[in-house]
Design a protein around this ligand. Sequence first.
Ligand code: F6R
Length: 248
Amino acid sequence: MVLHRAKDYNDMSRKAANVISAKVILKPDSVLGLATGSTPEGTYKQLIEWYKKGDIDFSQTKAVNLDEYKGLSKEDEQSYAWFMKTKLFEHININLENTYIPNGLAENEEAECTRYDKLIKDLGGVDLQLLGIGTNGHIGFNEPNEFFQKGTHCVKLTDETINMNSRFFESMDLVPKYAYSMGIQTIMGAKSILLIASGKAKANALYETVYGNIRPSVPGTILQLHPDVTIIADEEALSVIKEKGLLK
Ligand code: F6R
């Protein structure tokens, strides 16, 4: 794991966008594993800006997303499919047919999970996987558990995650309780991983992810076993690591 320090959210976003754009420039037909949530929004904004300036070409790039809420259609404004469309895809020249996300409305859960795993395999796996981190250490929606889930699965979200997600919904009742998520094996199968973290709320999860014992109760800790993980975190997200004297 290589830990890079960013001053603040904007600095983190610019640095992360630099890593992603370098990947796309060096390998235009890269398979990017993408994330949703507040953390990557700034990164996507920066990528859009550079695309508009003519610095990046996504025409050959493919994108597979980490997760999607169960029960939401891709036209639902709260779905992750909608998030990706409005926050990134419709502003760049990626071919929408080359963008993939689990189908929240799939009738058969198991078949949907198998389909998504096969799809990623058929794409040749993920070249660069972008990850955020949950306050409870989740990656994708691999929630704290007694074991690491291997493939794509449908997960019951924890109360902590439901609470965190509720900020995007009008009422608590509307927050989905289940989601499809890539599994740990799929995430760990990515050739390289870029984890971004911003804000004090992530400081403990980030400390555990980098220095904690590897355990499924803090899913992010498994990343210590991956050979190519870059972490870009801002000063607030690094605060616990700094308090423990592990970084000056
Ligand atoms: C989203 C995802 C989640 C988020 C995490 C952090 O696709 O997989 O693991 O990365 O919940 O969310 P934010 O960035 O909103 O703090």
